[in-house]
Design a protein around this ligand. Structure first.
Ligand code: NI
Length: 262
């Protein structure tokens, strides 16, 4: 980007993140860049880009289900559009994340995914910790930056967090609807009364640690709610003894069975 738009976080914001496991900021990029990203975003979802390779799928519905997708997701949009790695959003996210995680900027890498909540029927993203989805053979120290491309309100499905939940281990998770063919995971060990909702204006972003419990509600509005998430951090540390995350194998087995039958 030629006109670099620099955003930084204050010492208070860094402290808040480290204590609570999340942070909300009012601006991370420009309106122009958001407009430009919307174009690429819509193209990826309209094309169902990489569906056969597993890049596009419905996070909230049963694999290969009929009918409209309730929570469509695109993984790794930067491999289709490498210019997404050159954005103000990407640049600021790496810079800010290094400070929030307390690591060198040079040590940080990562990539993105996009989650769409269609107008009126976009499904909730139930309570979970991101690390529950990840490789159990690694200790992770990463965070997600969450950039909505439409205003994020309580009714359109803004992010909600449980303060200080990043200080605990990864909790037991299960597949939504207890169906291993649904990709989305949920944990029942959460008290939603403790949730802090983070509505943000267009151009703002939230950050959360990979162990922070988070949720976003269904989209009840007449407007779609697009979000572009970057997951960044230093490489994970290999563990001698892996974490127990049986829900991951359950999902892999169910998908393998489905494929062998079709
Ligand atoms: Ni998540």
């Amino acid at each position: 980007m030629k006109d670099q738009f620099e955003i930084d976080v204050t010492e208070e914001e860094i402290e808040f993140f480290q204590e609570n496991g999340f942070l909300s900021i009012n601006q991370i990029t420009t309106d122009e860049e958001i407009d430009w990203m919307k174009g690429l975003y819509d193209q990826l979802f309209n094309d169902r880009w990489g569906e056969n390779e597993g890049n596009y799928f419905d996070l909230g519905g049963r694999r290969s289900h009929q009918g409209p997708d309730v929570l469509p997701q695109v993984l790794g949009p930067e491999s289709r559009f490498p210019e997404l790695r050159e954005t103000i959003y990407f640049h600021n996210t790496v810079k800010i994340s290094a400070k929030l995680l307390g690591v060198e900027k040079e040590n940080i890498n990562g990539g993105g995914h996009m989650i769409l909540k269609p107008a009126q029927y976009g499904r909730e993203t139930p309570w979970h910790q991101d690390e529950a989805y990840w490789n159990p053979h690694e200790m992770a120290h990463r965070l997600s930056a969450w950039l909505p491309l439409d205003p994020a309100t309580l009714d359109s499905g803004c992010m909600q967090f449980i303060p200080r939940s990043h200080l605990q281990d990864v909790l037991p998770h299960r597949h939504v609807d207890d169906d291993p063919l649904v990709h989305a995971l949920v944990t029942d060990e959460v008290n939603p009364d403790q949730a802090v909702a983070c509505p943000i204006p267009l151009g703002g972003a939230t950050f959360h640690h990979c162990r922070t419990l988070h949720y976003s509600g269904p989209n009840l509005t007449d407007q779609q709610r697009r979000a572009y998430i970057l997951v960044v951090g230093p490489p994970g540390k290999k563990l001698d003894k892996p974490f127990k995350r049986p829900w991951i194998e359950e999902g892999q087995r169910a998908v393998a069975n489905l494929k062998s039958r079709s």
